[in-house]
Design a protein around this ligand. Structure first.
Ligand SMILES: Cc1ncc(COP(=O)(O)O)c(C=O)c1O
Ligand SMILES: [Zn+2]
Length: 414
């Protein structure tokens, strides 16, 4: 069982007064969970690695859930780690790997978090989960709530395109459109509603939920037969992935199961890059910025208030880096990943591939280094990011002659 030995403020050391308290009473910082893993032996690890359970729950003892009966799972985890030989050849890299999280149950990495978050909600006896989101988190919270037999309420700002929230609606969430701006009015109402109605908070302000992405570290080490990547590149918004992976690799090292740690890279859109900015300027904390429009919609976050500073620290401790990409670089990476490797990632997810290209060209990453790029969301989440000429879909006459002409036009690029 996952034994929580502490739920403590990482800034002032205060302990939580109850397992359902997520923030420090004094400084409002998100509390940090410490899961007790020191008792696990090598044979325990072998048993986990060889388990017939291929979800992240084969690493049960690493998650803050007391009873297996609390687990709410949709089969998340063990996503393919693909040796990207064709893309690698293009980028002059011998050991480039893609962690294909587009195949997770609701199509994004959020499932790693919400399987843990909603399992904890069940264990703590909550009946309604909530999140404010315009995309991947909404769908994931809605799906796991449905599977848990819980209600879910999703808050979105006015003007959100229906296509962004339709998936959450399909799983039965109550979608509430709020007249206001995401970072201000919606955020304020969200906070007040949680206090008023006692709903379960599924944002990165929930420390249980944030433990879920530690599974990236466990799976990578397992899939690489014990080897640790030289670099792991993660599309970054709130900073949960970077923070949690770092924690996961540390846990494995503290148990003596791995000897080294990877260098971590945060890939962001240059239109919403507060973590990259703070990293590059050598700041000790994140300065919130107003995010501009970007093709990488899912990571368009200007104020990673909960875990941004922890991610920044992890990047520095790992001797990693952070990269801010243009929309052109992101779309090129999306195209290369789809056409060379057969994986259709949403633009936000393709930032990891755009970053590896940038870092390879500038010589920061060497030809022989083992690099993993996390592909965190499916391309079908945002299909309109694929640009094409309307002429491409103009019908042709059903004759071989017309077909030949059409193929000719493709060849000549007309
Ligand atoms: C597709 C995708 N990739 C990456 C992220 C990054 O999240 P985080 O930095 O919290 O790991 C998100 C969520 O915001 C996302 O939707
Ligand atoms: Zn505190």
């Amino acid at each position: 069982m996952g034994i929580v030995s502490a739920l403590r403020c990482p800034r002032c050391g205060n302990d939580a007064t109850s397992p359902a308290v997520f923030q420090c009473g004094a400084c409002h910082c998100i509390l940090e969970i410490r899961v007790e893993v020191g008792h696990l032996t090598r044979s325990d690890l072998q048993a986990m690695a060889q388990s017939s359970d291929h979800t992240i729950w084969r690493w049960f003892d690493f998650f803050p859930i007391e009873r297996r009966t609390s687990i709410v799972s949709l089969g998340e985890g063990s996503t393919p780690l693909i040796h990207a030989t064709r893309l690698g050849e293009r980028l002059k890299m011998a050991r480039l790997y893609l962690k294909n999280d587009t195949v997770l149950p609701t199509g994004s990495l959020k499932d790693r978090s919400n399987t843990v978050g909603i399992s904890k909600a069940k264990e703590l006896g909550f009946t309604t989960a909530t999140v404010m989101s315009t995309g991947n988190a909404a769908a994931s919270v809605a799906a796991y709530s449905a599977a848990a037999g819980m209600e879910s309420v999703v808050m979105v700002p006015m003007g959100t395109a229906p296509s962004k929230i339709i998936q959450a609606r399909a799983y039965g969430a109550t979608v509430v459109v709020v007249d206001g701006d995401f970072d201000n009015e919606v955020a304020q109402l969200y906070k007040t509603a949680i206090e008023e109605f006692g709903w379960y908070d599924c944002l990165s302000s929930n420390p249980y939920r944030d433990e879920g992405k530690k599974s990236y570290a466990y799976e990578m080490v397992d899939q690489l037969d014990g080897e640790v990547p030289d670099w792991v590149i993660h599309p970054t918004a709130g900073g949960t992935g970077i923070y949690a992976m770092w924690k996961g690799f540390h846990e494995f090292r503290s148990l003596g199961w791995i000897q080294k740690l990877p260098r971590l890279v945060a890939s962001q859109s240059e239109a919403a890059a507060p973590i990259t900015y703070a990293f590059t300027k050598g700041l000790s904390d994140i300065e919130p910025m107003v995010a501009r429009a970007t093709i990488a919609e899912s990571i368009q976050v200007g104020n990673p208030v909960s875990l941004g500073w922890r991610a920044l620290a992890a990047l520095r401790e790992s001797k990693g880096t952070a990269v801010a990409l243009s929309d052109e670089e992101i779309l090129e990476a999306q195209r290369l990943t789809a056409t060379l490797e057969g994986i259709f990632a949403e633009p936000a997810a393709a930032t990891s591939v755009a970053a590896v290209k940038r870092l390879r060209v500038s010589g920061v990453i060497g030809r022989e280094e083992l690099v993993v790029c996390n592909l965190t969301g499916h391309g079908l989440k945002q299909p309109e990011s694929i640009r094409f000429d309307d002429k491409e879909f103009t019908p042709i006459a059903p004759t071989l002659k017309a077909l030949r002409e059409r193929l000719q036009r493709v060849e000549t690029g007309e």
